[in-house]
Design a protein around this ligand. Structure first.
Ligand code: F6P
Length: 343
């Protein structure tokens, strides 16, 4: 298939742009690749926008051809780079970006990122540029979708790291407190906590009492012979300006139990690395779906502002406003499952 040959008249001379915005996530490259390949397959000219919305403000764009996205499906990070743009958030910035899109005959923009990135997409759609979001964040905190690209890789990285920490905690009969990412969402903590057999899992969605939910559990397990302990805490549990939650928990545990305790903040290691199979497949399915939405909306008189989502194993899409208004459901059942087995 030739890069430039239009498949039908509907797309002749029209372009679709793609950008990544907000925090990078493993699998973003797989999504970019899918968008570019599916778009070229439909006959669009494909344009990569660099460093998030900033690229629309300063003309930092490049045509992406079939081979421009070769060998990136398994690469972490984002070949398009990413950024959070302050200028774009202003009404002038949004209008400037829309004008730029029109000047390149961009009839649709695919935005790979999180909630904040989708707000930016909605603002551009209101200026007449059709936009489709793909959920790309390690946090899994986008309410309309069961899954966000990057989540599986981040969890597996955290799992690997915590398994290593367990080796040393066990050797020293210590307690290890591990802080994982997730912004305000406890999903990474919950799932990795279960997978490493944590004594306690602390997430922002469930109020906790340190005596009952951590100290008492350590004492109970100690009484049945356990000598090393893993506590997984989500970063969102900490309060801004109060130091990090992992250190304060570790200090408290050591003081109350006499067990030597160490704190580890996993940090940005969770954002890097080769995407897992699940992230590559999900990113690919979502990328193709995003292009299909834009293709179907060519010449639409309606404002096109959609987000692709995975629900019950199916790829669906929602209006961005509807998606942003949804409340993220925490899996309380899974949390209870964790409590029942970490005894
Ligand atoms: O949203 C992804 C994320 O990694 C969060 O888990 C974390 O709170 C935040 O981004 C960190 O942002 P930054 O890379 O700007 O420090």
């Amino acid at each position: 298939m030739a890069d430039k040959k239009p498949i039908d008249d509907k797309v002749k001379g029209k372009s679709i742009a793609v950008l990544t915005s907000g925090g990078d996530a493993p699998g973003m490259n797989a999504a970019v690749r899918a968008v570019v390949r599916a778009g070229i397959g439909k006959g669009f000219k494909m344009i990569g926008v660099y460093r998030g919305y900033n690229g629309l403000l300063n003309g930092d764009v490049k045509e992406l051809k079939l081979r421009s996205v070769s060998d990136i499906i398994g690469r972490g990070g984002t070949i398009l780079y990413t950024a959070r743009s302050e200028e774009y958030k202003t009404p002038e910035g949004i209008m400037k970006a829309a004008e730029f899109c029109r000047s390149l005959n961009i009839v649709g923009l695919v935005v790979i990122g999180g909630d904040g990135s989708f707000r930016g997409a909605r603002a551009l759609a209101a200026q007449g540029i059709p936009c489709v979001g793909i959920p790309g964040t390690i946090d899994n905190d986008i309410a309309c979708t069961d899954y966000t690209v990057g989540f599986d890789t981040a969890m597996n990285t955290a799992l690997d790291m915590i398994d290593r920490i367990r080796d040393t905690a066990q050797s020293h009969d210590r307690c290890s407190v591990i802080e994982v990412m997730g912004r305000h969402c406890g999903d990474i903590a919950l799932q990795t906590g279960i997978a490493v057999g944590a004594t306690a899992i602390i997430v922002p969605e469930v109020p906790y009492n340190i005596e009952e939910d951590v100290i008492a559990r350590i004492y109970e397990q100690k009484a049945t012979g356990k000598k090393h302990f893993i506590v997984v805490v989500a970063e969102g549990v900490g309060k801004k300006g109060h130091g990090n939650i992992a250190d304060s928990l570790a200090n408290y545990i050591e003081k109350r139990t006499g067990i030597e305790t160490r704190a580890t903040i996993l940090g940005h290691v969770q954002r890097g690395g080769c995407p897992t199979l699940r992230d590559r497949v999900m990113a690919t399915a979502m990328g193709v779906a995003a292009v299909d939405i834009l293709y179907d909306s060519i010449d639409s008189k309606e404002q096109v502002s959609r987000v692709v989502a995975s629900r019950g194993g199916k790829i669906v899409d929602f209006d961005i406003t509807e998606a942003l208004d949804m409340q993220n459901d925490f899996d309380k059942h899974l949390y209870d499952v964790a409590l029942r087995v970490s005894i």
